[in-house]
Design a protein around this ligand. Structure first.
Ligand code: NDP
Length: 286
């Protein structure tokens, strides 16, 4: 066939949220406590506002409480550290999310290090990153976990497959390479980045190709092996609207399966954040 099957991230995310809502009800009945996510939003970046609003709305839909802690753009490092310390100690709060990027002048690494690893639902704390690398994760990072769930729930077996991840960021490329190569997923992984020689030569070897680059429509159909599975993590705002890192038009003629943008990885990221919040509550209340 000359058109790829669309991997419907919106539908799969809804399926995960529906399953989660059942688990949340059970958790509340057993513990008489409602799982709660505290979101920290510093400054007034419009994209961050939208992300936080969507995350809180998603919490509401599955029965998870959420708090919004809004701080002005001129907040000092110490003020933000104080808030994080307060949330760490607050028994009503199970998950803490510090929305990135932080305004200039704030040291995000130090803030993320201050979040209690037990409440670190983004899995950005070095302890949680280390646990993931050692194969004993507490929380799985949301976007990479969302990608793994898309593959799994589409019936794509990663074992023995050559997965090529384009991008090596701390939040997407690096942890995704870890998850794909972990025991159980068992893919053979190649990680590419801006210094990779002959990128098309490598992407054309991929059975599973993941684009996490941040460059609109960078991966074109001629860079894809016929029949490959293509996962597009990219979210790029252009004059033509929201586009991914993959040129959908040409890629969908070559791939066997492909994620759309929007409606692919994006909704999965939020669903996995909710999953982590329930997991944090389960661990903290047990
Ligand atoms: P980063 O900018 O942190 O990382 C981009 C990576 O792509 C880097 O490793 C970079 O290489 C690599 N890269 C850049 N240019 C090229 C090139 N020409 N050839 C090969 N590799 C290249 O981005 P993120 O990982 O944070 O995000 C990637 C994309 O995913 C973005 O569009 C972002 O908006 C989106 N995103 C979507 C999410 C979702 O929920 N759907 C969540 C998070 C991100 P180098 O390291 O050498 O610089």
């Amino acid at each position: 066939s000359d058109t790829a099957q669309i991997i419907d991230g919106k539908a799969i995310a809804k399926q995960i949220r529906d399953e989660l809502a059942v688990d949340v009800v059970e958790f509340i009945q057993n513990n008489s406590v409602v799982p709660c996510l505290a979101a920290v939003l510093v400054g007034d970046d419009p994209a961050s506002e939208v992300y936080v609003r969507n995350k809180r709305r998603a919490c509401e839909h599955v029965g998870i409480d959420s708090q919004l802690h809004r701080l002005p753009a001129d907040t000092t490092q110490d003020e933000l550290l104080d808030l994080v310390a307060k949330l760490n100690k607050d028994n009503e709060v199970h998950g803490i999310l510090v929305q990135l990027p932080l305004p200039a002048g704030l040291d995000a690494d130090q803030i993320l290090l201050a979040v209690s690893p037990a409440k670190d639902v983004d899995a950005f704390h070095p302890t949680n990153v280390g646990r993931l690398v050692q194969g004993k994760p507490r929380f799985l990072p949301c976007t990479p976990h969302g990608v793994m769930q898309l593959l799994k729930r589409t019936g794509i077996d990663t074992a023995g497959q050559h997965a090529v991840v384009v991008g090596r960021s701390d939040i997407v490329g690096k942890p995704l390479a870890q998850l794909l190569s972990a025991r159980g997923a068992d893919a053979t992984v190649t990680v590419c980045h801006s210094r990779t020689n002959d990128l098309p030569g490598i992407t054309r070897q991929a059975d599973i190709l993941i684009a996490a680059i941040g460059k609109p429509e960078f991966i074109t159909g001629d860079m894809i092996k016929p029949g490959a599975v293509v996962i597009d993590v990219g979210v790029n705002r252009t004059d033509a609207g929201l586009v991914g890192d993959v040129e959908f038009e040409s890629a969908s003629k070559v791939a066997s399966h492909i994620t759309p943008v929007p409606g692919g990885v994006g909704p999965m990221t939020i669903a996995m954040l909710l999953v982590n919040t329930l997991r944090a509550a389960q661990a903290l209340e047990q």
